[in-house]
Design a protein around this ligand. Structure first.
Ligand SMILES: NC(=O)c1ccc[n+]([C@@H]2O[C@H](COP(=O)([O-])OP(=O)(O)OC[C@H]3O[C@@H](n4cnc5c(N)ncnc54)[C@H](O)[C@@H]3O)[C@@H](O)[C@H]2O)c1
Length: 437
């Protein structure tokens, strides 16, 4: 990819389109408004709080990322979305129960104005929920065209100069890439013939990309991770990324596992279990949706630990992931990890992690960063898969034949070096010999 010669300024409003207005979406929108009102801090957001070093350690140049690259400002964000339920964003946030009533009250009038558009939904893909706010059409192509119309209308009514879509809808049933996903032409035919392997999230992806709108996928379903949509993204000069926000347990995994590998500590097994009680947890009770999530969660250790390179350390590791729907916990998930490692001479040790986390509190700043960085990439003329945004995903998308980088610290370096590269600054290698010359 060529280095951007110029990045267009972030002029005008940035419209954020959210298919799925549940816990994550509403926590994100409420949070942006609370920060805009000066009532809270954007904790967890690299674009809002992060800095990056430029030049040598002795240069003392560490600007805020948002000052270094031209990002849209929070005041310029405007929101729209789709859901199968008719609840406005305030009602939906109240149902999700993530934010306390006091915080919600402060943004009630703002959230109440955000009403979901009718969703393109297929019960076969999300079996355990159903709702009344659903589009009708002869076939999937008609539904996709209706989404395109929604996007065009939103562009007009919101007076946004640019748009970004971020899938925050439920996890769909497991789908493997098939022939119908291989080219834009086959994909179009498959939509017209109502092919069962075309998931609703793919319709949003198709509509968005063919409308010139960048797309991020926060769930583990394929969505934009198929050759047909990637080709369209390339041809329409649209930036895309995914998949599956990296939040609680997987975030911890991609922090700990690189450490074990760096110190050549062995791993015999890693057992992860979760209890969660939000709607996401309810959807994941269905084996089809769970399979999609499981695939996404399991791949991480294989890629980080590279058992093919270190068979004595990782060749026999046993990795299991369980998710249990347990309503009393709501959005406050508990993730337990039992890690069986071994050290010098093969002596065994155990590590236990008990992360009492808040799913949507961890996911909301990721949505914000993805929206702002995708908009930046789009203005810089970067099209197709944005691998530098791997930092935010459990199953980062990559070019065909490339294995994904899961190590959070490699991902962080990749992201920051991409920003330096975009602005023509020296990349940081951490070699550091020059300080000793
Ligand atoms: N919260 C996290 O930490 C986290 C981490 C990784 C991934 N995710 C993923 O993010 C997504 C959102 O999570 P959440 O906790 O907000 O879930 P949620 O159940 O609260 O919200 C999802 C919303 O999507 C709606 N929906 C389902 N199908 C739709 C369709 N076809 N069109 C429009 N709307 C549709 C549902 O009605 C629901 O309101 C899930 O797929 C989840 O797996 C969340």
């Amino acid at each position: 990819m060529e280095k951007p010669s110029k990045i267009a300024p972030a002029k005008g409003k940035l419209g954020v389109l959210l298919p799925g207005m549940g816990a994550v979406s509403t926590t994100f929108m409420a949070g942006v408004e609370l920060v805009r009102k000066g009532k809270s801090q954007p904790v967890g957001s690299l674009t809002q709080m992060g800095t990056l070093r430029l030049g040598k350690r002795t240069d003392a140049r560490s600007p805020l990322i948002k000052k270094f690259v031209p990002l849209a400002e929070l005041k310029d964000l405007t929101f729209g979305g789709w859901d199968i339920f008719k609840d406005n964003a305030y009602q939906s946030a109240a149902n999700a129960g993530v934010l306390n009533p006091q915080d919600l009250e402060r943004v009630k009038s703002f959230l109440s104005t955000i009403k979901p558009m009718k969703a393109a939904f297929d019960h076969d893909f999300v079996k355990l929920i159903d709702g009344p706010n659903i589009k009708k059409g002869k076939n999937k192509y008609e539904l996709a065209l209706q989404i395109k119309e929604d996007i065009a209308n939103f562009r007009k009514t919101s007076r946004a100069s640019r748009l970004v879509t971020c899938w925050c809808g439920s996890t769909e049933s497991f789908v493997k890439p098939e022939d119908v996903h291989s080219t834009p032409e086959k994909f179009l035919e498959a939509m017209k013939s109502n092919h069962p392997m075309i998931a609703p999230s793919m319709l949003y992806a198709w509509a968005s990309v063919t409308s010139g709108v960048p797309f991020a996928n926060g769930a583990p379903n394929l969505t934009v991770d198929i050759p047909a949509i990637q080709r369209l993204a390339h041809d329409n000069n649209v930036a895309i990324c995914g998949k599956d926000f990296k939040t609680g347990q997987t975030l911890m995994k991609t922090i700990l596992a690189p450490g074990f590998k760096a110190r050549m500590l062995g791993l015999e097994g890693w057992f992860s279990t979760n209890i969660l009680g939000n709607r996401d947890g309810e959807v994941l009770e269905d084996p089809g949706s769970f399979k999609t999530k499981e695939e996404s969660k399991l791949s991480v250790l294989e890629y980080i630990l590279q058992p093919q390179l270190y068979p004595q350390l990782y060749g026999k590791m046993c990795h299991k992931v369980r998710i249990n729907y347990y309503p009393p916990r709501g959005d406050n998930k508990e993730g337990w990890d039992n890690i069986d490692i071994f050290g010098w001479l093969g002596y065994p040790m155990q590590i236990k992690v008990d992360f009492l986390c808040r799913d949507s509190i961890l996911a909301a700043p990721i949505v914000l960063d993805l929206v702002l960085f995708l908009d930046l990439a789009q203005r810089a003329g970067m099209r197709g898969i944005q691998e530098w945004l791997s930092f935010y995903f459990k199953s980062p998308m990559t070019a065909p034949g490339l294995y994904p980088e899961h190590d959070l610290f490699i991902q962080s370096m990749k992201l920051k070096n991409t920003l330096r590269w975009m602005k023509g600054e020296d990349l940081i290698t951490h070699l550091g010999q020059e300080y000793y010359d």
